[in-house]
Design a protein around this ligand. Structure first.
Ligand code: PEP
Ligand code: MN
Length: 381
């Protein structure tokens, strides 16, 4: 392939360095996280699992190129903040997909690695823009792209000035319907024979089903992949996208524990599985910030339900002391179990109840007034 002027195999393979992580060296790099960013809690749970598994990079889509225009399109800027924050909490790097010039501009200074998805592999203008930035690019193979087309797409990025391209095989479209795509593991070997660029494998979009992820991941390492990009969700059944192919955090950690021996069998290293995050003062503070945020988010959700519930009560039934005592008793028991001072519950909860009751009363009075007005419209006798 004559046109692989920059990407063609030279004497040495490329190792891509990014903020302390090397991709394309002896070590297998594990990347994981949900298909789409949905909430800060979802992201911090995912980041915690990636860290525990010995992964280095947290993934999460905030701009989703969906097949249907009516499917969830991503949280955009808000999701980006959740991704970045969660990665920081666990001292991980992060990667997200861009779909056009605007999304690239929005994420470029915030994430460590940028992904160009299968659907945009031949978006040549986007490739050229990706070539002008100073961040590594994961370039996924297009749904029906030949290896040559994929390498030439990478060449666009290289030729525009960015030498840090990581190729990602994610399955191609074939006649076989039992998997979402067909994972082309030969492509790993072929791409590495033709090019010096690192090659990683995404078994999730290839298989489309979680039961095959573990074996395909191991096969990918055996086939020479430099890393894995795997979808994992704290609660796949509730995922807004790609739930059926997402591993649970436990499955993800379990898989990581099994990768070491496979890596060793082909002369590579994977030092992951069952790791605990090393806590620094800063990382502990970021964890606390994130927990505080989710406490407030949960309080807001509770308050919303309390308001809805208020609509179903009569005004004189808004305050229910028996129910309040029952809740406090239950939470005191839980607090004891979790080694939390029960006094804390006894002090905090009366305030929570008080604000709830107040907002129910306020809501009720406003509604009563509204219905009075509609019952006796202004000007009626
Ligand atoms: C993704 O990584 O979520 C994604 C959309 O992947 P692909 O571009 O490989 O379909
Ligand atoms: Mn996905």
């Amino acid at each position: 392939m004559n046109d692989l002027r920059l990407g063609g195999l030279k004497t040495e393979r490329s190792t891509i360095e990014v903020n302390g992580v090397s991709i394309g060296g002896k070590e297998i790099i594990l990347m994981g996280g949900p298909c789409a960013v949905e909430s800060s809690l979802q992201m911090s749970k995912s980041a915690e699992a990636v860290k525990r598994a010995g992964g280095k990079i947290l993934r999460g889509g905030v701009f989703k190129p969906r097949t249907s225009p009516y499917s969830f399109q991503g949280l955009g800027q808000e999701g980006l903040d959740y991704l970045v924050q969660a990665a920081k909490e666990q001292d991980l790097l992060c990667v997200t997909e861009v779909i056009d010039a605007l999304s690239l501009e929005l994420v470029v200074d915030k994430v460590d690695v940028i992904q160009i998805g299968a659907r945009n592999m031949q978006n040549f203008e986007l490739l050229k823009l990706a070539g002008k930035i100073n961040k590594p690019i994961i370039l996924k193979r297009g749904l029906s792209a030949t290896i040559e087309e994929w390498l030439l797409a990478a060449e666009y990025i290289l030729a525009s000035g960015n030498p840090r391209v990581i190729l990602c095989e994610r399955g191609i479209r074939t006649f076989e319907p039992s998997t979402r795509n067909t994972l082309d593991l030969s492509a790993v070997g072929v791409a590495k024979e033709l090019s010096h660029l690192p090659v990683i494998v995404d078994p999730s979009h290839a298989a489309g089903r979680r039961d095959l992820i573990s074996s395909l991941s191991k096969a990918a390492i055996a086939a020479g992949a430099d890393g894995l990009l795997i979808e994992m969700h704290p609660n796949p059944a509730e995922a807004v996208s790609d739930g059926p192919q997402s591993l649970t955090p436990e499955q993800f950690v379990q898989l990581a524990e099994e990768l070491g021996v496979v890596a060793a069998s082909v002369g590579r290293i994977f030092a992951g599985g069952g790791q605990q995050a090393e806590d620094t003062l800063e990382s502990l503070r970021t964890k606390i910030d994130s927990i505080d945020r989710s406490i407030i988010e949960h309080l807001a959700a509770r308050m919303q339900i309390v308001r809805e519930l208020g609509d179903q009560k009569r005004l004189d039934g808004v305050k229910d002391t028996n129910r309040q005592n029952e809740i406090i008793q239950r939470l005191v028991n839980l607090a004891n179990e979790l080694q939390l001072p029960s006094e804390m519950i006894k002090k905090i909860y009366p305030y929570i109840f008080e604000f709830g009751v107040q907002s129910q009363i306020k809501n009720k009075l406003a509604r009563d007034k509204e219905s009075e007005l509609s019952f006796y419209p202004i000007g009626s006798k």
